[in-house]
Write a protein that binds this ligand. Structure first.
Ligand SMILES: C[S@@+](CC[C@H](N)C(=O)[O-])C[C@H]1O[C@@H](n2cnc3c(N)ncnc32)[C@H](O)[C@@H]1O
Length: 307
């Protein structure tokens, strides 16, 4: 097990997570991980530089992580896994591989499905290009799903940690205390006081609309200056932040076994959570150090022991 770097609250490891998670040092972490938040490679036809499996091989590969994740999770811990859509090779039809992979992962890990989330990325480029841009017979595929799984039907969660700012109309309603109560067309009955409590924000829905752009990112700056490739599938930090705040508390442990450029570890650190990241591509693992503020974080870059 090779350490890329450590910070005040976390450790980044280089290697294959399937092997690393079985190593002796990880035995101490059994049932101690509060959140596994991760975005594994998707079953894509156009492969990314880090490689992607497809079809039955993908399903079988992902399902092997079920028992490993189950063993690591705290009794009230959660697994949140992003699985993107996938298309049949050469056809304008969608593949069910991600859904089948989820079903297999749920089975092998003996998980409950707590809730499905959709991450809508309004800035996503049109794809699949052949069907959307060239033949114009499909529309932009602009979301991925995040599946929230757990070994218990009641994992730790608090939606009060992720409240959204009230809409202007709700703010107005709280001020004027005037609205029409009674039966709605949906047959819900709204009482005269239903909307008058100020809960300091609105409860979010399971559709998260978050653009994947950042005005200034020290990681991108670092990659540009060092002339090294940047990770091709970085997620926005607000996506990781939503689940870390929703499902964990200060000092809890967050694991990302497919860490890429370590957005998860970085966000965990800024939220005062401990973290562990594993990434098999050495360059991605090491360059993610640039996300962390060197003046406030103790960084120990392990010297390579290459003899
Ligand atoms: C979709 S990317 C994750 C991106 C990450 N969330 C970010 O924001 O930068 C998936 C990553 O998993 C890594 N990976 C694939 N198989 C792995 C394995 N068995 N062990 C560790 N990392 C793996 C790939 O190299 C890739 O960087």
């Amino acid at each position: 097990m090779r350490l890329a770097y450590s910070t005040k609250l976390g450790n980044s490891f280089i290697g294959n997570s399937e092997e690393i998670l079985k190593e002796k040092q990880f035995e101490n972490l059994a049932h101690k991980i509060n959140l596994i938040f991760t975005s594994p490679p998707f079953p894509l036809n156009r492969k990314k530089s880090y490689g992607n499996l497809n079809g039955d091989c993908y399903i079988e590969w992902l399902s092997r992580f079920g028992p490993l994740f189950n063993e690591l999770l705290a009794p009230d811990g959660s697994l949140v896994i992003e699985l993107g859509n996938s298309w049949d090779p050469g056809k304008p039809t969608m593949s069910l591989t991600p859904i089948k992979a989820l079903i297999e992962l749920k089975r092998t890990g003996k998980f409950h499905l707590c809730q499905e989330f959709v991450w809508h990325n309004p800035t996503r480029l049109p794809s699949p290009a052949q069907w959307v841009n060239v033949q114009r017979i499909r529309v932009k595929d602009a979301f991925t799903r995040l599946w929230w799984l757990s070994t218990t039907p009641q994992p730790k969660a608090d939606n009060r940690s992720v409240l959204r700012e009230y809409s202007p109309s709700m703010k107005e309603l709280l001020k004027t205390k005037k609205y029409n109560s009674g039966k709605r067309p949906s047959q819900h009955r709204i009482g005269p006081n239903s909307f008058l409590t100020n809960n300091n924000g609105a409860i979010p829905s399971n559709v998260l609309s978050i653009p994947n752009t950042s005005a200034f990112d020290p990681y991108l700056d670092f990659c540009r200056k060092q002339k090294i490739p940047r990770h091709p599938s970085r997620m926005p930090s607000d996506l990781a932040k939503f689940f870390i705040l929703f499902l964990t508390e200060k000092n809890d442990i967050v694991l990302d076994p497919f860490a890429g450029s370590n957005v998860t570890g970085f966000v965990a650190e800024t939220c005062d959570r401990r973290w562990i990241s594993i990434e098999k591509e050495e360059l991605y693992a090491r360059s993610a150090i640039s996300r962390f503020d060197r003046s406030s974080v103790t960084l120990k870059i392990e010297e390579e022991n290459n003899g």
